[in-house]
Design a protein around this ligand. Sequence first.
Ligand SMILES: NC(=O)c1ccc[n+]([C@@H]2O[C@H](COP(=O)([O-])OP(=O)(O)OC[C@H]3O[C@@H](n4cnc5c(N)ncnc54)[C@H](OP(=O)(O)O)[C@@H]3O)[C@@H](O)[C@H]2O)c1
Length: 314
Amino acid sequence: MPPNAAAALQNASLVGQNKTAVVVGGTRGIGGAVARLLAKLGCSRIIILGRGEKQGKDAVEILKNRAPKGGKVEAEFVQGDLSDNKGMRSAAIALQAAAGDAVIDYLILCQNGSPAGLNIKYNAEGHDTAFAIQGISRFSIAYLLTTRGGLASNAMVMSICNQGQSLDDLSVDDLSLKNRLEARPSGPALFMQQSKRDCTVIDSCFEELNTRYPQYRYYSLFPGLVKTEEFDPSFAPGYLKWVMWLGIRLIATTPDQYANFPVYILASPEAQRTLGSGKYFDRRLNPTPLGKWASDSKNRQALWEKMAEIIGEK
Ligand SMILES: NC(=O)c1ccc[n+]([C@@H]2O[C@H](COP(=O)([O-])OP(=O)(O)OC[C@H]3O[C@@H](n4cnc5c(N)ncnc54)[C@H](OP(=O)(O)O)[C@@H]3O)[C@@H](O)[C@H]2O)c1
C-alpha cells in the first residue's frame, strides 16, 4: 500500500540537520512546491535554478519566509538556461559554486521541456530543444554533479517527470526523432512518441546512474497531472489538448499537494522502511517497473555512451 505521505510529513523535520537542496526548475510549478515544502520542514539551504530572474528572486523570498520556528532557511537563486550543452554545463558549475563542494544532499530535477509535437525547434547542437531540457539536461546535471564532486555522501537525486513508458524502437542515433518526421506523423502521434522517448531516456540514464554510482540514490517519479501556475493544455497537439483539459479539471492535484510525495522520500524517516530499495514510483508512490527498452542493459549502455558524447564527456 502506498504511504500517506502528507500525514507522515506532519512528524518530519529537517531543522538542525544542515541539509542542502538544489531544485532545478524550482522557481515555480512542481519544483517550486518541492522547494517550499523543504523550506517549511527546515531544510537549511535551498538553491533553485530557472531562467526568469524576477520569478527566481520572488521565489527565494517566499522560501526564506517559510522557515519553521527555530529554523533558518538560506535560499538562493541561480539563473540558468538548460536548452543547450553550454547552458547545462554553466548551470552545473554555477550550482556547485553556489552550494560548495560535496554538500548537495538533495538534487531535484523538475525543469520542464514538454514535448513539442510537430513544432520542434533545434538547439545549438541540433537536438530537439524540448528533449534537451527534459532528457539531456536531467542526465547532464546529474552526471556532472555526481562526477565532479558536487554531491554529499548518501545524496539523493530525483527526477520528477514521466516514468515507466517505453519507446520500444528508440534508436540512440536518432534521439531527436528526426527520421520519424520524414514519415509525416500526425502531431498527436509524434507528441506521444516524444513523451515516450523522454521517459525511456530518463529511465535508462537513472538506472545506469544507480548501477554506476551505488553510493548515491537516483529516483524517478511520475507526478500524474498537476495543475501548475502556468499549465496550459494548448501546448498539446490535436485531441490531446482536450484530454489534458479534462484531466486537469477531473483528476489533477495542485503542486503543493503533489510535493508531499517527493519530499516524503527525501525527508521522512519512515520512507526507507515503507518504500524499501525501490527508486521508481508513480504519482502515489506505488513502485513502477522500468519500461521495455530501458530494461535491456545493452540498450542502456549504448545510450549512456551516446549521452556522454552528446554532453561532451567522451
Ligand atoms: N504538471 C504536470 O501535470 C506534469 C505531468 C507530467 C510530467 N510533468 C513534468 O514534470 C516536470 C515539472 O513540470 P511542471 O509542470 O512543474 O513545469 P513548470 O510549471 O512549467 O515549471 C518548470 C520549471 O522549469 C524551469 N525551466 C523551464 N525551462 C527551462 C530552461 N530552459 N532552463 C532552465 N529552467 C527551465 C521553469 O523556470 P523558467 O521558465 O523561469 O526557466 C520552472 O521553474 C516537467 O519535466 C514536466 O514535463 C508535469
